[in-house]
Write a protein that binds this ligand. Structure first.
Ligand SMILES: NC(=O)c1ccc[n+]([C@@H]2O[C@H](COP(=O)([O-])OP(=O)(O)OC[C@H]3O[C@@H](n4cnc5c(N)ncnc54)[C@H](O)[C@@H]3O)[C@@H](O)[C@H]2O)c1
Length: 257
């Protein structure tokens, strides 16, 4: 991967959460290929095989003390080399509806998907230099009324958090942007109901599901200097589904397709 595609990334230290699989692993690999010094993190003790050659540390994003330990390690081990990027990618889903979601499941999803990125930004933004970039991974569920209530609510909340962070950190030259993946083929969606997959295709102008690498390329763009005047933005990477907002389905029905 030529670093020209993602200017400025070469040699920069970037932390990626939930990098053990799916989109996070694709992001860690692409960023490393672009020359970034990636610190990949996830909940397993051992580094996942697909992160071979990439530095790995255990980090549960809901654990405040783990974030503090990561910040200390970065400050001590990487002295003189400021942190330049954070990808709050870790996330879990729980596909239950409003009437059937337990308080425990609600709290778990909010803790990982919403509190995790908040703790991450609190812990690591102080280490960041002017020109740094934070990318939060939302979801098209944060732009519509996707039925899994805790997941959808957590991603809508992440939008508010990201806009506050972009406003607050802008004066230090730190950018904060949000990426909203649509239906991406990863372990998270492998167990999704077949009807969800079919409905997604019917709602998606590009008429296909997405690949993790297609999200990773947008994340790398947002971490690089190619997006140096972009902050507080929300970028759907969903084949046009949220833009179309159901109109494709109606249009196809009317056309008899
Ligand atoms: N796959 C999709 O269609 C899709 C769509 C929209 C948004 N997203 C979002 O993209 C991100 C990545 O999802 P994915 O599809 O790669 O999912 P995935 O399940 O394949 O990977 C998620 C990773 O997060 C890790 N993780 C879970 N809980 C954690 C915790 N407490 N601390 C640290 N790591 C933790 C998991 O171990 C896993 O490696 C998530 O935020 C997800 O909500 C995914």
């Amino acid at each position: 991967m030529s670093s020209a595609a993602y200017p400025g990334l070469e040699g920069r230290t970037v932390v990626v959460t939930g990098a053990g699989g799916g989109q996070g692993a694709a992001e860690a690999r692409l960023l490393a290929d672009a020359g970034a010094r990636v610190v990949a993190t996830d909940v397993s003790d051992a580094a996942p095989a697909q992160l071979a050659g990439i530095e790995y540390r255990r980090l549960d994003v809901t654990d405040e003390s783990a974030w503090a330990a990561l910040a200390t390690w970065l400050a001590e081990e990487r002295a003189g080399e400021p942190l330049r990027g954070l990808v709050n990618n870790a996330g879990i889903t729980h596909r239950t509806r409003l009437g059937e979601t337990s308080r425990e499941d609600w709290d778990r999803v909010i803790a990982v998907n919403l509190t995790g990125p908040m703790l991450g930004m609190q812990a690591l933004a102080p280490l960041m230099a002017d020109g740094s970039s934070i990318v939060n991974i939302g979801s098209s569920a944060g732009l519509n009324a996707h039925y899994p209530v805790a997941y959808t609510t957590s991603k809508w909340g992440l939008r508010g958090l990201s806009h506050v962070a972009a406003t607050e950190l802008g004066r230090r030259g730190i950018r904060v942007n949000l990426v909203h993946p649509g239906f991406i083929e990863t372990p998270m969606t492998a167990e999704a109901p077949e009807a969800m997959r079919e409905a997604q295709l019917a709602l998606t102008p590009l008429e296909r599901l997405g690949a993790a690498e297609e999200v990773a390329r947008i994340v790398a763009f947002l971490l690089s200097d190619a997006s140096s005047y972009l902050t507080g933005a929300e970028i759907p990477v969903d084949g046009g589904a949220t833009s179309s907002a159901g109109a494709k389905l109606m249009s196809d029905r009317i056309a008899g397709r």
